[in-house]
Design a binder for this molecule. Structure first.
Ligand code: MLT
Length: 385
């Protein structure tokens, strides 16, 4: 059966492909160190698990969940936004629960993008911004994130006629894969442009709690952002809950409601027991997250220095658990990543998997224990470049 043209435009998902290569290596009996996907090895804090266990017993939760999310969960999301960023959202209609932020990000263009509409997507980036665009027959316009520009898009390089056709601008800070963060001036300019050209800012804040220095901003800390923006939050990385599939979106009522309408026709919401655990996690973020941050900080400090000692070039990130590293001279990204997998049994993510501007880089996810990072350093040291 012939695939739809839409699906034909889409490559296999980056991390599915990486998993396939990893499994081939495992079949050879290799001791693989996986620094590929951003999937924390640390278990979800036990307190959260206990809340979920008790919630599982509640028979009323065995029925369909409330579609936009239970009000208690949306209240926990709104409370978090108020405590952390000082911004108010009405839990009734300015918050929607997501089956992980990936789901919301992929579905959001369905609510606003018509064939031919432009969606501004960063490059390199989490692939779902442009994949969601392609699935709605929108036209991604790629904004290169360059080392020299602190991995922020250069809005002045985008032609006026592109802005005029733009429906959505995707932003993601703290940034996956580069680890960069954005300051107030950058967000102010984005909001100014969104108002001028009447487009939506969709901000992916999945890594906003994984910081080691200054707490990163929410776009809603910028005046006027609530007139143009929606922000996607994830519990996956913050609480090591990738497998639970829970996140939320907040923002301008009309944007949140449109996403909720699209979703209510596609999925049936998040299991209420998981929402109860999610609400507990958000309500207790201030005590649950610092110990997790400490672990990732130690790994970041160790491995950023280890790579520098081995002669690799990178900017030590102030947030996320990723290191974005330049490929050694004389190699393409694919050649280098293949050698590292074949000869050292280390999975790293090729930068060009995040878009063509990622050529020349590879990404390390700090999702293994320090002793495995030490082993990875030793293996990398043995590589004759
Ligand atoms: C990653 O960049 O590793 C992603 O977060 C994994 C994913 O969500 O597919």
């Amino acid at each position: 059966m012939e695939l739809s043209n839409r699906l034909k435009r889409i490559p296999p998902y980056l991390f599915v492909e990486l998993d396939r290569l990893k499994n081939e290596k495992l079949k050879e009996g290799a001791d693989v160190i996986d620094l590929g996907i951003g999937d924390p090895d640390i278990p979800t804090p036990q307190e959260i698990v206990e809340v979920a266990k008790r919630a599982l017993e509640k028979a009323e939760y065995h029925r369909y969940p409330a579609n936009p999310g239970s009000l208690f969960y949306r209240k926990a999301c709104a409370n978090y936004m108020q405590r952390r960023f000082g911004v108010s959202f009405n839990p009734e209609d300015e918050v929607v629960a997501l089956i992980g932020s990936k789901e919301g990000i992929a579905h959001f263009p369905l609510a606003f993008v018509n064939p031919g509409d432009v969606v501004l997507c960063p490059d390199p980036a989490y692939p779902v911004y442009h994949l969601g665009t392609l699935l709605t027959d929108g036209e991604p316009y790629y904004m290169s994130l360059l080392w020299e520009k602190g991995f922020l898009p250069d809005f002045s390089a985008i032609p006026e006629e592109v802005f005029r056709k733009t429906k959505i601008l995707w932003l993601n800070y703290p940034n996956n894969p580069t680890g960069a963060t954005a300051d107030k001036e950058f967000y102010k300019e984005a909001v100014r442009l969104a108002k001028k050209y009447n487009f939506i800012i969709a901000s992916d804040a999945a890594y906003v709690e994984l910081y080691y220095e200054e707490p990163p901003l929410s776009i809603f800390e910028i005046e006027g952002a609530k007139e143009v923006a929606i922000e996607f939050h994830s519990l996956s990385k913050t609480f090591c809950m990738t497998g639970w599939r829970i996140g939320f979106a907040v923002g301008k009522r009309e944007l949140v409601q449109a996403l909720a309408k699209a979703k209510s026709n596609i999925d049936s919401g998040v299991f209420t027991a998981i929402q109860e655990a999610g609400a507990y996690a958000l309500n207790n973020l201030e005590s649950l997250v610092p110990p997790l941050r400490e672990i990732f900080k130690e790994r970041r400090d160790y491995f950023a220095q280890a790579l520098e000692e081995l002669g690799y070039e990178l900017k030590k990130p102030s947030a996320t658990f990723y290191l974005w590293v330049k490929v050694p001279k004389g190699y393409t990204t694919s050649e280098f990543c293949k050698r590292v997998l074949q000869e050292l049994a280390i999975v790293i993510t090729p930068g060009n998997g995040f878009g063509s501007a990622g050529e020349g880089y590879f990404r390390i996810a700090l999702t293994v224990e320090i002793n495995r990072l030490k082993e990875a350093k030793e293996r990398l040291a043995s590589l004759k470049l």
